[in-house]
Write a protein that binds this ligand. Structure first.
Ligand code: UDP
Ligand code: MG
Length: 313
């Protein structure tokens, strides 16, 4: 293996034993046909199936271009990609899913844009092959991101992307606790571009993202890139406080000039409950930012690598 290949392919793998064989037979020919030196970094993200055995076999078969990072446990797709980013040797880095939703045959399209001088090329899925719910939920979250951050991206969920090395180095250096890699890369890019790529149905198995996991990921995206939610909330809280102040004045006036009344008791309760809920939302939001600061301060190792399979450079 040469010390610095031109191209590094990064693929996170979590329970993909049914997809890996097909991925191998489709990916390697595409890369061999590019006429560039390359390496492929697979991160086994604590798979419970035979993924690691398949990766081992692949490394044995193509030790010249195959590197395998083996996590001791499941740390999530983004950590798996980060671990590979910390170790890539190529000038251009391409990320891709292992389940063949991102067809390897589309890689040359991204590289063409990189060659045209862009430092970051994001793929967007031309015809998305996901469930109705997933597709519309992500349209909605795209819209929220557009309004709250300055990130311009057609399709934040597409992992088929290419980056020039300085972008990856910036991501690694930032050590960001927020791990929404496409958005992070965008913020470091000077000359981003987008290109439409095909999207296929998952070759086998089901998505590793449950509804709860998606919600958490997107919450991470919004709070990790802007403090707009906090500011909007503060404005809202101020408006509520002003409103209730006026209300208190009116109630006090009534009490003095008209006399005590019981009928308003429930209205008051309603208002009280409303205000309490507003407070709770605010505390939650603040907690999100405090938690983020805590994680950075704590600076705990974010993943643990059990083993790395690679030929010595
Ligand atoms: N993945 C991972 N760790 C996880 C979940 C997923 O490395 O905890 C990998 C998975 O093997 C695949 C990619 O991330 O290569 C995308 O996962 P998936 O297909 O489940 O997500 P979706 O396509 O539904 O967004
Ligand atoms: Mg998928």
């Amino acid at each position: 293996m040469s010390a610095a290949p031109q191209l590094s392919i990064v693929i996170p793998v979590y329970n993909e034993e049914l997809n890996l064989p097909v991925l191998f037979t489709r990916l390697y020919p595409v890369l061999d046909g590019l006429g560039r030196s390359y390496e492929i970094l697979f991160t086994n993200d604590g798979s419970a199936d035979r993924s690691i055995e398949l990766l081992r076999a692949r490394h044995a078969a193509r030790p010249d271009v195959t590197r395998v990072i083996d996590f001791n446990a499941n740390y999530g797709q983004h950590m798996a990609i980060m671990a590979a980013f910390e170790r890539v040797r190529g000038d251009v880095i391409v990320t891709l899913d292992a389940d063949l939703q991102n067809p390897p045959e589309e890689i040359p399209k991204l590289l063409a844009k990189i060659d045209a001088g862009h430092d970051y090329v994001g793929g967007f899925r031309l015809e998305r092959q996901d469930s109705f719910f997933r597709t519309y939920a992500s349209r909605l979250i795209n819209l929220v991101r557009e309004k709250t951050t300055s990130i311009e991206m057609t399709d934040q969920g597409c992992m088929l992307r290419a980056y020039r090395r300085p972008i990856i180095e910036a991501i690694v250096r930032s050590g960001a606790i927020n791990t929404f890699i496409p958005a992070l890369a965008y913020s470091f890019s000077g000359n981003p571009a987008e290109v439409g790529v095909k999207h296929e149905e998952r070759h086998a198995g089901v998505s590793n993202y449950s509804f709860a996991r998606l919600v958490r990921l997107n919450f991470d995206l919004i709070t990790g890139f802007s403090i707009a939610p906090l500011q909007i909330f503060t404005l809202f809280a101020l408006a509520c406080a002003a409103g209730s102040f006026v209300l208190v004045l009116i109630l006090a006036g009534r009490r003095i000039f008209i006399g005590p009344e019981e009928g308003g008791l429930f209205t008051l309760f309603g208002i009280l409950f409303f205000l309490i809920s507003v407070t709770m939302v605010g505390i939650g939001l603040i907690g999100e930012y405090v938690g983020r600061a805590y994680q950075v301060v704590r600076a705990r190792q974010r993943y643990h690598v059990r083993e790395i399979l690679e030929a010595k450079p």
